[in-house]
Design a protein around this ligand. Sequence first.
Ligand code: GLN
Length: 245
Amino acid sequence: MSKRIDIVSLYPKDMNIYGDTGNVLTITRRLGLYGYEPCVHFVNQGDAWPEQVDMILGGGGQDTGQKKIIDDLFERADLLRGLVEDGMPMLMICGLYQLFGEYFETVDGTRLDGIGAIGAYTVGGDVRRIGNLVEHSEDFDDIIGYENHSGQTFLREGVEPLGKVGEGLGNNGEDGTEGARVHNMIGTYMHGSLLPKNPAISDFLIRTAVERRYGSFDLSAQTDEQRAELSQLDEYCAKAREVAV
Ligand code: GLN
């Protein structure tokens, strides 16, 4: 029997813009092709937290979407901060990346307090930062995606960025950083969606989730067909990356 991996898709109703749902689809597809059984729990405001969680995926949202989820996020702040500290693999894109930081001051002057899982703060401006985004990371090589945000994020001293910007603006357009990495949590402005074109990040999240739950990442349940399909997927992905980088 294949081993199950439980994934929380966090606020899929309000935080899902610019293709971020593709991250959930990519993780479930790849997990399946590695011979694991993915189970996705969609957690919106007020929903119960599942008993078993191995990975959390959160997308971006407009300022209005962020305002809708902020109270609920705050109620879950201790839980989420604890899970980050504990090494839970997580991916938080754009609007949720901002709210995992200390605060987001929106362009209309509203201050949304974040949960402080990342030492970073964000200030909204009236210029939107839109376009292709390419960055380099030692762990994940070139990361490619697309950014669309008004917020400028500044990392506190000592906070590790996800990567160094090659093309695009990244966290703030000033210091060359993009995203943040805290333990096994990745925060980033990369939409696109991110994971279909960046399998190194998908596999990092998958391996970490599997190792934390089962002790080791084993491929004993993977069939030959699944292995062949995965390598075909990786070929498509490599072609898509050639075009972009
Ligand atoms: N509303 C936030 C901003 O404009 C986040 C946008 C997003 O998630 N793409 O900065």
